[in-house]
Write a protein that binds this ligand. Structure first.
Ligand code: ADP
Ligand code: MG
Length: 318
């Protein structure tokens, strides 16, 4: 049987050239760059809650880091270092190899180094802390939206939620449709490059992890403003669009979690610049509405009338 230290050495010890000290001591040592602030966030993924026992370990490794990278993107921070606290039911080396492959595959893509962690026995639980750098005073917070700002989202909405609904047998998709949607659920792509570019453009930002209504709602609440969004303008995957008349699918677009796209606000004067940025990043950026004075979020239909929306974003304790 490999020991705890064998597992750490074999699966979680990689070179960490950008840390003063990485895995192996009582703590890692980091030097942050001059003129930068440290952005820190942590996310826990619990088996049975955030992923299923039958999910491939590579996708679990990818997704557990991706959700953290998405938080850095939403702050406009450049992700740099991560720590990983793992509870494992057993020293299953096949699982660990797959998990580490997914984790380090994504970490390498964004230049993120694993600098420490903790490994214990227990029900499968993955807790990743991410640290990133953002130029002082430039972070994308939730509280900066102003009346008159436009509301934008990246990518498409509802694909991951549709994939989950399919997996849970709540919606039927054919094989091609399922194959087109499942990657959004299992291997989300954090919008790090977009976040970095938005530091000088956006007034507020959040990543869409609990659904558009809930997450945009957080911006509105923290900024003390209201909003109007136009349902017809929401960017949708073609499979989502094909089934949009089903209430369950409509609900995916407004309240479906796990998209990890960015929702942000920006002054109208930056509209053309954002369209150019969309081209440069080869990532759709869509203006879906406007910030207004007052409070609350109105969803408008094709004729400009209010849509009866009862869809609430996902809430673990609702
Ligand atoms: P301590 O007894 O100080 O908590 P540990 O024995 O838990 O130290 O860990 C030894 C070293 O291995 C530490 O540097 C710790 O950060 C690192 N480490 C432990 N588990 C992991 C992991 N899953 N991923 C990365 N580093 C880890
Ligand atoms: Mg420890």
């Amino acid at each position: 049987m490999p020991s705890e230290f064998d597992l750490i050495r074999q699966y979680f010890t990689r070179p960490t050239p950008s840390a003063l000290l990485g895995v192996g001591d009582d703590a890692a040592l980091l030097q942050i760059s001059p003129g930068m602030e440290l952005a820190v966030s942590v996310d826990m993924l619990v088996e049975g809650r955030h992923f299923a026992p039958q999910d491939g370990p590579g996708t679990v490794g990818h997704k557990s880091l991706a959700v953290n990278l998405s938080d850095m993107a939403a702050m406009g921070a450049r992700p740099r270092w991560a720590t990983l606290a793992l509870a494992l039911p057993a020293a299953d080396e096949k699982w660990l190899r797959g998990f580490a492959g997914g984790f380090f595959g994504l970490a390498g893509k964004f230049g993120v180094e694993l600098i420490g962690g903790d490994t214990t026995r227990g029900p499968l639980n993955i807790c990743i802390q991410i640290m990133g750098e953002v130029p002082s005073g430039k972070a994308l917070r939730r509280d900066g939206a102003k009346a008159g700002d436009e509301i934008w989202v990246s990518g498409v909405l509802g694909t991951a939620a549709l994939a989950l609904a399919f997996r849970q047998g709540r919606v039927e998709l054919d094989q091609m449709e399922a194959a087109a949607c499942l990657p959004a659920l299992y291997v989300p792509q954090p919008r790090v490059a977009l976040g970095l570019s938005l530091c000088d453009i956006a007034t507020a930002a959040i990543d869409v992890s609990d659904g558009l209504l809930a997450d945009l709602g957080h911006i509105l609440e923290q900024s003390g403003v209201g909003a109007e969004i136009h349902f017809e303008t929401l960017p949708l995957h073609e499979v989502v669009r094909r089934h949009i008349e089903l209430d369950a699918v409509k609900n995916c677009t407004l309240a479906g979690g796990d998209d990890y796209e960015l929702c942000f606000t920006a002054p109208v004067t930056r509209h053309a610049e954002l369209l150019a940025l969309s081209q440069k990043l080869a990532l759709p950026l869509t203006c879906i509405g406007r910030i207004v004075g007052g409070a609350g979020l109105a969803v408008l239909d094709g004729k400009g009338g209010p849509m009866p929306v009862n869809a609430k974003g996902f809430d673990h304790f609702a």
